[in-house]
Design a binder for this molecule. Structure first.
Ligand code: ZN
Length: 460
């Protein structure tokens, strides 16, 4: 969007699914994409009389990781689970259990990420999934551990929001705290001249950008007409590209937050926090700096690598396998990406399993002239979705003998008499064609240099 003089303030509430095996208050699996209602129990279906179990420690640790990475102040005392009441089909208990609300001490506050202040970070459980078309309810999602990250309203345009969210998603992927495939849901607050409005459940960067741009223009136009903006909750209709008023924003009191009598205070100890601190992974900025300073990777390639955790980890493992950095770079940033793009796959895809050890074998074999570089690239085409050891295919891929090369050269000369006479007549480029034929007939197993020498000798 062009620079404006409108008093735009934008704040975000980002919800992510924590990557845990079990739900927040029961032992049910978090594989929510499995058959509907296959991971449920009396607790996560809100059966009367059921009581929540102690909160999933793994979810608590991941929350602490996020709080540490985002330089937040972690709360140690009076962290009390709250019941947030509302009646809807997706909420069998009639309340959602959360560490937020008017009277809550949130898990972490006063954080900062990429120049934006974070108001709070807190844990909560996901409601069930209600399908408005079929009326069916899937409780697999009920009770999944969610993290909510709330920013101060410090953004002023949609571009900054999208850039910031991309950085946030990258950092979250480095921490591996949030389930990547589950995506994120973002509630976006926008205020210009009047009260702020809240746009709920935006689940893609594209939608977020469109919704913000539309809402700013709508509010500015209304302001010109003298219409005063009230505090509303909106939905973004992507098809029409407009926002639609759902309801006037309910105050926090409408949720009737009360402390949950079934759950004890969430005790977070300094010991637990320092334990988590010890396991924090390297973040994108640190990794980028290390690639530049330690490995002397050029800036362009370093950025390509660090934008994708799986790719940069693949590269690092390749280097650990003893592959020269410069060589490794081109095999990863050119060849590996070429093969993946061709197959419309990424390293993150569940069905893709390419091992750095297998690529390392391939590169070493090419370096030692055991196979040709062309052959290595051809083998790599078959690495998607699953790579394999070169050792298992040595007989089919290793370089053919000098004698075999010479036989092939004879065959090519016989089959291409006119090209040979072109060459003899001074058209040197014809040699490339003849060598190309040798490579093709050998299934890329003729050493290029030897083939060239033999061919030159034969047609002299
Ligand atoms: Zn359950």
């Amino acid at each position: 969007m062009e620079e404006t003089t409108y008093p735009v303030k934008i704040g975000l509430e980002v919800h992510g699914y924590l990557d845990t095996k079990e739900k927040l208050f029961c032992k049910c699996s978090t594989d929510s994409d499995d058959a509907q209602n296959s991971h449920i129990c009396p607790i996560c279906t809100g059966t009367p009389g059921s009581k929540p179990m102690a909160p999933n420690l793994s979810a608590v640790k991941k929350m602490i990781q996020l709080a540490l990475v985002f330089d937040s102040k972690i709360s140690y005392d009076k962290v009390i689970w709250q019941r947030k009441h509302y009646n809807w089909a997706d909420n069998p208990k009639g309340y959602q259990t959360t560490i937020s609300g008017a009277h809550a001490v949130v898990n972490a506050s006063s954080g900062k990420f990429k120049g934006i202040n974070l108001t709070e970070i807190h844990l909560e459980e996901d409601p069930a999934q209600w399908n408005p078309e079929t009326g069916r309810i899937n409780y697999n999602r009920s009770g999944l551990p969610l993290i909510e990250i709330v920013t101060e309203p410090e953004f002023h345009n949609s571009e900054d929001v999208v850039t910031w969210l991309k950085d946030l998603l990258l950092s979250l992927s480095y921490i591996k705290a949030v389930r990547k495939n589950a995506g994120i849901k973002v509630d976006v607050n926008v205020s210009t001249y009047g009260e702020r409005v809240e746009m709920k459940n935006l689940n893609s960067l594209e939608k977020i950008k469109k919704a913000i741009n539309y809402e700013i223009l709508r509010q500015v136009e209304n302001h010109k007409k003298g219409i005063v903006q009230t505090r509303d909750t909106l939905a973004f209709d992507e098809k029409q590209g407009i926002t639609i008023k759902m309801r006037s924003k309910e105050g926090a009191s409408d949720y009737r937050f009360i402390p949950d009598p079934d759950l004890p205070q969430l005790k977070i100890t300094k010991k637990l926090v320092s334990e988590v601190k010890g396991t924090l992974p390297e973040m994108p900025e640190t990794k980028l700096a290390r690639l530049l300073d330690e490995h002397h990777v050029d800036e362009k390639n370093a950025k390509v690598l660090t934008r994708n955790l799986e790719l940069v980890e693949f590269f690092e493992e390749l280097i650990n396998e003893g592959i020269d950095i410069k060589k490794g770079l081109s095999w990863v940033t050119i060849e590996l990406l070429r093969v993946l793009n061709y197959n419309k796959k990424t390293l993150e895809d569940a069905d893709v399993e390419i091992l750095p050890t297998h690529l390392a074998e391939l590169i070493k074999a090419a370096n030692d002239s055991k196979i040709t570089v062309l052959k290595a690239k051809q083998i790599m085409n078959d690495f998607v979705p699953k790579s394999f050891s070169l050792a298992d295919h040595a007989d089919e891929v290793s370089n053919i003998s000098e004698e075999a090369i010479e036989n092939l050269c004879h065959q090519v000369i016989d089959e291409n008499a006119h090209v040979v006479s072109d060459y003899k007549g001074g058209k040197t480029a014809s040699l490339n064609f003849l060598i190309g034929q040798v490579m093709r007939l050998s299934n890329r197993r003729a050493d290029f240099k030897s083939a060239t020498e033999v061919m030159k000798r034969l047609i002299g």
